[in-house]
Ligand binder design. Structure first.
Ligand SMILES: [Zn+2]
Length: 230
């Protein structure tokens, strides 16, 4: 390969690495490997630096360079992986994990439903979607995961203050409350294949998300948040 081209390829690869990877969220787990949260590169570097990383897995994302050592003049460098297991206790979480109810917000709700209106079964960009209360609040319905559905504006307007059966409408899927691991997946802005694979192991087979993630992995897709396309 001619030198110029090799150099150009090298440079563009480097730039791509900087631009795409530094924004990539890292999946933090506890020592037992239970997924905890997404962290950004600053927090990841801090954990590595503080010797809080017990082990890492997944793939190498990027290397962050620090200052020069006054001792030997060497520049410190920290290689950050896509999944890091950290020391420290998460006893409270471990105890409550099974009863954990994630906060409800539209971004994760729409992602739970794959940006599909659960009434007309069409896929929409986020801006055209709404949170529908299946049993309306005015009829005693609660603002809870199992009483909310992603709905397009048209379907939501048509349904109005009625229950689906009163409006002659039918849900195409059963609304569910995400588990802790599912909620982490739903919160991820851009989930790499290895992170998806990792989370999948913590998502029950009976979950609709299990099937969806398995499909994405089979297609070799990364899950990129719909906001990034808009
Ligand atoms: Zn609709």
């Amino acid at each position: 390969m001619p030198l110029n081209r090799a150099r150009r390829d090298g440079v563009s690869r480097m730039l791509a690495g900087i631009v795409t990877d530094i924004a990539q969220q890292v999946l933090r787990t506890d020592v037992a490997g239970m997924p905890l949260e997404w962290i950004d590169y600053r927090e990841a570097v801090r954990l590595y630096h503080a010797d809080q990383v017990a082990y890492d897995c997944g793939t190498h994302l990027y290397t962050v360079f620090g200052g020069y050592s006054s001792f030997d003049g060497e520049r410190s460098r920290i290689a950050v992986n896509s999944i890091i297991a950290t020391h420290g206790t998460s006893q409270g979480l471990a105890r409550n994990r099974d009863r954990y109810v994630p906060p409800l917000n539209n971004r994760t709700l729409f992602k739970r439903d794959g940006n599909i209106c659960l009434y007309c079964a069409m896929r929409y960009p986020t801006r055209d979607l709404t949170r529908d209360h299946i049993t309306p609040i005015s009829l005693g319905g609660r603002d809870r995961w199992n009483n909310v559905a992603t709905a397009c504006r048209r379907c939501n307007n048509f349904k109005g203050g009625r229950k689906p059966e009163q409006a002659g409408m039918q849900l195409i899927a059963v609304p569910f409350t995400p588990t802790y691991a599912e909620y982490i997946y739903l919160k991820g802005r851009r989930v790499l294949a290895d992170q998806m694979q990792y989370l999948l192991a913590h998502i029950p087979r009976s979950s609709p998300l299990h099937a969806r993630l398995t499909g994405h992995l089979a297609d070799g897709e990364e899950i990129i948040d719909v906001h990034f396309h808009e």
